[in-house]
Design a protein around this ligand. Sequence first.
Ligand code: ZN
Length: 429
Amino acid sequence: MTGSILLHGGEVLTDSGLQRTDVLVRDGEIGGLGEGFAGETSVDCSGCWIGPGFVDLHTHLREPGQEHKEDMASGAAAASAGGYTAILAMPNTAPAIDTADRVAASLGRAREISTLDIGVAGAVTEGRMGERLADLEGMLAEGVRWFTDDGDSVASAGLLHVAFQVLHGNDATISEHAEDASLTAGAIMNAGEVADLLGVRGMPALAETLIIARDIQVVRATGGSLHIQHVSTGAAVELIAAAKEEGLPVTAEATPHHLAFDHTELEHRDPRFKMKPPLRTASDVADVRAALVDGTIDLVATDHAPHSEAETIGAGLEDGAFGVIGLETAAAAITTWLGPKPEVLFDRMSIAPARIGGFSRHGQVPVVGAPANLVVFDPTAEWVPTEFRSRSANCPWIGRAVRGRVRATIFEGAISFQYGSMSPQGHHP
Ligand SMILES: [Zn+2]
């Protein structure tokens, strides 16, 4: 345990907006809100918003099996630099996290990381192959409450139906990567005029909406809890809005890249804009933004997907891997492209994902006695991302000016990141 920390000069999130006050962090908790405190360490928070640390329900940490892209330690360092205090690791590792033993091994590794909470999601089907259900009960017994075949959709309505029945009564959610693979084989970007211009195959919006429509029907039949990952189209937003209107247990996320960019970014064949689902039309981007602001889309999730340079830039647009990193730039991207009110930023990036993902020590409006899991965020700082704590640099924001920067991250009462420090541990050079 480190000594006390004074966060001074900032504006703190409250139930009625921001309020100018100092924050004393002591013994892992918020020890005081007000003026006149002294701390052993102090952080200048002038011009900054202080709120609950960000929570990401969609992170690819690549461990085990693909540590040349990322591992738990490098991913954790990237997360802290992005203001995150909790992240949920996706199970599409090699091997996939699809058994109780593999969950236990990953949670064991996660507990070695002392700078943020790492939760582990389990695969829905064995090896994510879409043939037989994975050992959902065994993974439930290890504490898993989030299941996904991310990278692919749950292969059939039948498997989804049985999975929801197995999970029934366990407060567990299936998180769906909505992509009907029969419509996307061989495609590398959104179907439309840019794909036509480049002469490449495109993925239609239909690939996303078919799976969401299917899943909502299965939710209606089973009462299962469904989360839709990385919503990319206006048509998907309409389906989710209707399901919520009906009162079905459906939640949804949007990524920073789908909120910021449309498919014209690919006109120059830059593989850093290649992802699944693909960047869509300007109209889709407008619909996804509006849905995030009005709450139809509950939260921002990064889909942080590290790949090496050889697998992305080196491979070119047509052969390059799908996916981009996002932990270190998410808050800046949301600030730059949406300019949300602080209440909206903290809700969509912390409070909602903590509640929906079950991270009970995170996502709380700061009050005395609460766990000190906090971010100090400067909403006006301008910067250009150039290098990353992530092991990979496949980032669409490289070299692009953004606004909004994390000044410090506090995890369980200790500084896990501080801007200007050389190490992710918060030591000054
Ligand atoms: Zn996905």
